[in-house]
Design a protein around this ligand. Sequence first.
Ligand SMILES: Cc1cc2nc3c(=O)[nH]c(=O)nc-3n(C[C@H](O)[C@H](O)[C@H](O)COP(=O)(O)OP(=O)(O)OC[C@H]3O[C@@H](n4cnc5c(N)ncnc54)[C@H](O)[C@@H]3O)c2cc1C
Length: 496
Amino acid sequence: MFVFLLASFGLLSASITNATPLENRAAVDTCLSDKKVPVFASGSADYTQAIRPFNLRVTFKPAAYAVPKTVADVQNAVACGAANSVLVTAKSGGHSYASHGLGGEDGHLIVDMRNFNTVTVDAVAHTAVIGTGGRLGNIATSLYSQSKQAISHGTCPGVGLGGLSLHGGYGLISRKYGLTLDNILSAEVVLANSTVVNASTTENSDLFWALRGAGAAFGIVTNFKFKTFTAPENNIVFQYSVSPSSAAGLSTALNALQDFTRNTQPPELNMRLFLSGFTTFSGVYYGSRADFDKLMNPLLTKMGISNGFGSITTNSWLNTLTSFSNGALVQTSPYATYETFFSKSLMPEYLTPAAIDALSTYWYNNARTNSRSWYLLFDCHGGTQSAITNVSADATAYAHRNATFKMQFYDRVSNGYPGSTYDPSWMPFLNGWIDKITAASPAGTNFGMYINYADTSLSKDDAHKHYWLGHYDRLVSIKGAYDPKRVFEGPQLVGS
Ligand SMILES: Cc1cc2nc3c(=O)[nH]c(=O)nc-3n(C[C@H](O)[C@H](O)[C@H](O)COP(=O)(O)OP(=O)(O)OC[C@H]3O[C@@H](n4cnc5c(N)ncnc54)[C@H](O)[C@@H]3O)c2cc1C
């Protein structure tokens, strides 16, 4: 009761220090209500739907759930959290593998950015200002329908712009135009002290550096200004079936693929090997069919893929996106696609032949016989001709410029069928795979990992070490300047 009274007179911050989490939670509710910040009340149908994360394995109960409509609402929400010692977390699309958009643990004030979803294009300047709460499919469709523009982004149309852009953003045209974060010109950010600033190479440049790779720990971004490009049409979309019949066969394919990506793969070619119960090699080429054949045929031969066993079609930009989207681009509300899974990542610059053999042997002996719906995805991220690699290593906080592959290890049950659970005793399946690869690699190898594939099994120290590599210390120092009281914190975020 005492807390309620103080809250209503705006006298909270000093007195609340010894309050219990329950009292803090009540005080936050009161503060949000006093400041007229829209919320989803705990227990309401909206709230219940909103706290269902994409990964149903990792659920959390927030302290409060704000759904701001204006930048002032975001500022007030941050102020309410900070004044009441409740950690504040922005949520965009809710697709974090570790449910970091719900705080990554119980008890956060969630600031759901769903209402910040406008897309305003300047087709002459080739720029667009885009709200961080939009989903990728809607954003792509809007950019295209307004003036045939596009940005570089990920494949899943339900992913939110906020999380994707602040931590990476690899997709179907990244080798030509870079990651999503490489195309951010500026960001509007609500800081921990609830002020609003712009961040760019000329304003708050240290914050701008940190936002592009580790953004969640530094503020709530309300919108980004992006560089756009004119959407390419007549794109060659390809998919081949691959059937390695032995560990040695898979090693041959992977060695050939790694060599090609590192040395030969042009920026116009984006591709991925999807290793699973069925295995495919697919991608997009932004060029002519004749050039595509000339480029790919020698690689396919080296990988042991029959050129005749696949599909090659020519597609418009939106159809290109749809070819990889597992459904319609346009996303409706409420969002209701879920999975139940455990996932890990590796961002290797080079896998030695011994490491590839260890990977292949584990696949042959352990993975093929696993009846769950697992996969291992190799996105061909880098190499000498990739736009990602050609940004200097320290230009942004993103720490994986030299990665050849972006590898995603994913183990799921029943495609997220509601009620299905992932038994923790299954986690050693993927952990063991990474251990084998690491053990077969040169001593001291520290493979990077991708926070956009957040791995719940990492300790916070391991998460810091693998997600941000040599950039971590600088990030901690910038965190100290912009969020000294650690308002934006989560189990694996910078400074946690
Ligand atoms: C089906 C699927 C497909 C995917 N495909 C790709 C892909 O092709 N390429 C790729 O690179 N990644 C891909 N990802 C990974 C994806 O990029 C990450 O999961 C990303 O973090 C999701 O962003 P979100 O906003 O949806 O998630 P959220 O859970 O809402 O947020 C993720 C993190 O970002 C923070 N955050 C979100 N919005 C803001 C904001 N406005 N200000 C500050 N912090 C914010 C959150 O606090 C949280 O820490 C995929 C994920 C899924 C589930």
